[in-house]
Design a protein around this ligand. Structure first.
Ligand code: PBG
Length: 326
């Protein structure tokens, strides 16, 4: 009697297309994707971001159009970053009710009421020095003063109609501070998508060009995490859940798939993973050079992030991926 194929190889199943699809373990559909967008002031502008081919900073009118296209392809949500006209030491355009994000949220919700609009809550694009919080005279980022301003920013976004706020600053205690102050201002139903495990990563390079948020001095290593630490990521995530986070986020995604898995298993709450600008840029650059197949690489990367345990994937490839997955 010849020996049968070992069943684990699933070879017979894969040969039958239908069965292959039925037994696939990980699903990637447009409904898992979030499209990040950079919104700038101005009436009719699209400013391409050099290190992110295919991605532009957009005026509100263009953002409304772009979000509408993504939504029509089945992408349920966008994540907004504002590029303000002015910056100052206290990031005041961040919590201005007529600021760029606030105006964009109103326009997006009016044009596409069914689109989920999430706002990034951070100060780095709004501070003259580019740090994510308020810098004291001694050059140190003051955690507690920063919390006040971050909470004001989140409240202002919620008041404009944001469906969820996503603090990305990594100050200590920010999720709790935001929750308490959102509740006090009548925004009890606004969820917090917390960037819980945000690593001090070289993969944010292109984003800093896009958002004009590179720090003028120093770096973010005092408040962002050491890429070597996964236990710490789990602790941060558990703390954020305790403070009231509704979704926790791991960022970047591809170099941190193990962290996504561990955070998911430790918390069992919805997990989002941010496939960041540098990860986007790598695929685009390699594909443009003809070194890899763009479509296959994008879908493989996004599927891997889902397989690692992410419920939601935030990706600049959301529109293309959604179109391919139709
Ligand atoms: C702001 C923020 C950053 C990103 C998202 N929010 C940059 C940073 O921390 O320097 C990066 C996103 C990306 O690279 O796509 N704190």
């Amino acid at each position: 009697m010849p020996m049968a194929f070992p069943a684990t190889r699933m070879r017979r199943l894969r040969r039958t297309g239908l069965l292959r699809d039925m037994v696939r373990e990980t699903e990637l559909t447009p409904s898992h994707l979030v499209l990040p967008m950079f919104v700038e002031l101005g009436s009719d502008s699209r400013t391409p971001i050099e290190a992110m081919p295919g991605v532009s900073r957009m005026s509100i009118s263009h953002a409304v159009e772009e979000a509408g296209e993504a939504h029509a392809l089945g992408v349920p949500a966008v994540l907004l970053f504002g590029v303000p006209a002015e910056k100052d030491e206290l990031a005041s355009p961040a919590y201005d009710d007529e600021g760029v994000v606030q105006l964009a949220v109103r326009a997006l919700k009016e044009a596409h009421p069914e689109l989920v609009v999430i706002t990034d809550v951070c100060l780095c694009a709004y501070t003259s020095h580019g740090h994510c919080g308020v810098v004291r005279e001694d050059g140190v980022v003051d955690n507690d003063i920063s919390l006040e301003l971050l909470a004001k920013t989140a409240i202002s976004h919620a008041r404009a109609g944001a469906d969820a706020v996503a603090p990305s600053d990594m100050m200590d205690g920010r999720v709790g501070a935001l929750r308490v102050q959102l509740d006090a201002e009548g925004h009890k139903e606004t969820p917090i998508v917390a960037y819980s495990a945000k690593f001090a990563s070289a993969f944010y390079g292109p984003f800093r060009e896009a958002a004009g948020s590179a720090p003028a001095f120093g770096d973010r290593r005092t408040y962002q995490m050491d890429p070597a630490n996964a236990d710490e990521a789990v602790r941060e995530a558990l703390l954020d859940v305790e403070e009231g986070a509704d979704v926790i986020m791991v960022k970047p995604a591809l170099a941190y798939l193990d962290v996504i898995r561990r955070v998911k298993e430790a918390t069992r709450v919805p997990v989002a993973a941010y496939n960041v600008s540098g990860e986007y840029a790598m695929i685009e650059a390699a594909a443009a050079a003809g070194y890899i197949d763009r479509r296959a690489a994008v879908l493989e990367a996004l599927t891997s992030i889902r397989r690692a345990g992410a419920d939601v994937v935030i990706t600049y490839h959301a529109k293309d991926a959604a179109a391919w997955l139709q």
